[in-house]
Design a protein around this ligand. Structure first.
Ligand code: S3P
Length: 171
């Protein structure tokens, strides 16, 4: 495969879970951008935010994306904010198909409410905040995506099957 499948979307839409299952189904290796950053910095995402701030995190995120995009044939689960910079989107589109997963704020809340490893949601863990931030980012997610898959009320298998079909249509 001479391209990467870039999974994007808001926190809690299921990028990591779907990416793992899709990786098995398509026989393509999988990389989680956040996990890559944690390894690169040898620090949890929450600690990077707390000690060095979001701007520093975004800088490292871009550096890691550049490294990740050098080798094709992978499924890449991207951090929810990774597409906010134009620069990042052009790296992603260079030899990459951008696949957006969506979910309603209520679904996201149900999936992330007990997690403490997302600094942006810490202290803001409620449907109102999620709705507001999602509304700010929604247009951006939609305009950069090559494929869009809604995940509400679907099993991971159903989502993966849909992705396979859409990829087939695109290629
Ligand atoms: C972020 C999403 C997180 C992580 C960081 C910032 C965001 O990734 O990169 O906490 O700005 O949406 P997930 O979408 O994998 O949770």
């Amino acid at each position: 495969m001479d391209y990467n499948i870039m999974l994007i979307g808001f926190m809690g839409v299921g990028k990591t879970t779907v990416s793992k299952k899709l990786s098995k189904k398509l026989g393509m290796p999988e990389i989680d951008m956040d996990a890559y950053i944690v390894e690169h910095e040898n620090k949890a995402i929450a600690d990077i935010f707390a000690e060095s701030g979001e701007e520093y995190f975004r800088k490292i995120e871009t550096e890691c994306l550049v490294e990740i995009q050098k080798v094709k044939g992978k499924i890449v689960s991207c951090g929810g904010g990774a597409v906010l910079k134009d620069e990042n989107v052009s790296y992603m589109k260079n030899g990459g198909v951008i696949l957006l997963l969506t979910a309603t704020p209520q679904t996201v809340y149900e999936r992330v409410k007990n997690c403490t490893d997302r600094p942006i949601l810490n202290g803001n863990m409620n449907v109102e905040f999620i709705t507001e931030l999602m509304n700010k980012r929604k247009q951006r997610y939609l305009e950069v995506a090559d494929i869009i898959i809604a995940t509400d009320n679907k099993t991971v298998d159903e989502i993966v099957n849909e992705i396979e079909k859409e990829l087939g249509n695109l290629m």
